[in-house]
Design a binder for this molecule. Structure first.
Ligand code: NDP
Length: 451
């Protein structure tokens, strides 16, 4: 076979943008990956063949459907839902469902694409997918959320299965939503199998799944610091978000002796100068997980804290930043503030929380920077462990799952070092994660031939 010419980044991106018009989040996610993968591909003849990058950036399929449901006043309501089954080369599709008004096909394609590489990094046999709906669960009653979930699953169930596609939670989809979705799946399929993960402990869920993304993010940060001969103890930490990932990132950081200063939601952020301790975090868990309240209530409860409406926490001096809310929540200006204030490490709990110009600044400043596909892979990794436990019909202890999670986060860290260390202790984790994730999927696709 004749050798294929090297890839050119601008040419590749202009083709992708033409094929996927107006999908800016998807363009951003692909650019971030291919700008580091193309030099590697061009150096390795076997990856230059067979349109591997064009194929890896094209989802296997996208299912789009209407979800009609009835609100508490008896009105019919309609939303749009998607499942983007991106790539199942190394295992069944796996990835979360997001309920948020900002959900679009572009957002789910960016998340699905990232998920393919992230799942590959975990070392578990999982392909990548993402789904969700432009449904806003905020302000809805439990019964409204239940009716929405049941209606959504009535279509979704025919596209998923324990060996086909295994959804989990994401923004707006926590244990309440997974329970409604799984209850309806079980009714329709008439089978009790692990087709969803993040389930309740009494019906097939895994210990540590709730904590896994936040804990895993802090374990990854700890690994990066250890690699430089440093540690978490005594470090000041700014965290955004106050949902699943943020709460458990804060919990693990506090446990490891760090001082957590901030949390946020879409209304603003709180800054607790004395630090958020385990007792104060218990208040946040109750506020967010049970009462579904707003983070501003923290500052009413604790006098050591102030609430800043409509602002993000990145102006607060800290050594470690853990963005754990949503995509593009950290601008280049925010990054500059963080760097000016002595940032040591930024570890992404959320998916693509730092805007592209911001990641350029982090990489140029040579601070520790962990991209989400590496740092937040703990959630899907424990979902993978939940699948294994379901298939074996056993439950592992909390300690067993936590040890496996730690081991997986360490392996991901070491893969990044393997592919992107300059030999002097400096590691470009973004490059390492992209190449390590790419290699496994590309090898499988090349082995399959024209698929
Ligand atoms: P949750 O819904 O539990 O929490 C999301 C948090 O982010 C809330 O505090 C929410 O505030 C805030 N937030 C959401 N959108 C915005 C916005 N546009 N502006 C400001 N704040 C916002 O979601 P998760 O914690 O599960 O997910 C957070 C991030 O982590 C996402 O990027 C997700 O993709 C990623 N992730 C999650 C995993 C998981 O296991 N859950 C796994 C891997 C990644 P408010 O309540 O006001 O909307």
């Amino acid at each position: 076979m004749a050798s294929t010419p090297p890839y050119d980044l601008d040419e590749f991106m202009s083709g992708l943008e033409k094929r996927n018009p107006n999908e800016v989040e998807f363009h951003q996610a692909v650019r971030e990956v291919v700008q580091t993968v193309i030099p590697f591909v061009n150096e390795h003849e076997k990856y230059r063949q067979d349109q591997i990058l064009e194929r890896m950036t094209e989802p296997d399929r996208i299912v789009i459907f209407r979800v009609t449901w009835e609100d508490d006043d008896g009105n019919f309501r309609a939303n749009r839902a998607w499942r983007v089954q991106f790539n199942n080369s190394i295992g069944p599709y796996k990835g979360g469902l997001r309920f948020h008004t900002d959900v679009t096909q572009s957002v789910l394609k960016f998340l699905g694409f990232e998920q393919v590489l992230k799942n590959s990094l975990t070392g578990l046999p999982m392909g990548g997918a993402k789904g969700g709906a432009n449904f806003n669960p905020k302000g809805k009653s439990d019964h409204e959320v239940m009716r929405f979930c049941q209606s959504m699953m009535t279509e979704l169930y025919r596209h998923i299965g324990e060996d086909t596609d295994i959804p989990a939670g994401d923004i707006g989809v926590g244990q309440r939503e997974i329970s409604y979705l799984f209850g309806q799946y079980k009714r329709l399929a008439n089978r009790f199998v692990g087709t969803l993960t993040g389930k309740g402990l009494s019906f097939g869920g895994s210990l540590v799944r709730t904590e896994a993304t936040g804990y895993g993010c802090v374990y990854f940060c700890q690994n990066m610091l250890h690699h430089r001969g440093d540690g978490m103890a005594g470090k000041s930490v700014a965290i955004s978000g106050s949902g699943n990932v943020a709460i458990y990132a804060a919990e693990k950081a506090i446990e490891l002796g760090a001082k957590v200063l901030t949390l946020s939601d879409s209304d603003g952020f709180i800054h607790d100068r004395q630090g958020i301790d385990a007792e104060k975090l218990a208040f946040v868990k109750d506020l967010k997980e049970v009462r579904r309240g707003r983070i501003s209530e923290y500052a009413q409860k604790f006098k050591s804290a102030e609430f800043y409406a409509d602002r993000r926490p990145w102006g607060v001096p800290c050594e470690i930043a853990l963005p754990c809310a949503t995509q593009n929540e950290v601008t280049a200006e925010d990054v500059q503030h963080l760097l000016d204030n002595g940032l040591v490490a930024l570890c992404e709990g959320a998916n693509m929380p730092v805007q592209a110009e911001g990641t350029d600044l982090l990489l140029a400043a040579n601070v520790l920077y962990a991209p989400g596909k590496a740092a937040n892979a703990g959630g899907v990794a424990v979902s993978g462990l939940e699948q294994s436990q379901n298939a074996l019909r056993i439950s592992w202890s909390r300690d067993e799952v936590d040890q496996r999670l730690k081991g997986i986060m360490r392996d991901i860290h070491d893969q990044c070092v393997h592919y992107a260390s300059d030999g002097n202790g400096c590691v470009n984790y973004a490059r390492g994660a992209n190449i390590a994730g790419f290699v496994k999927v590309a090898d499988a696709m090349l082995a399959y031939g024209a698929v």
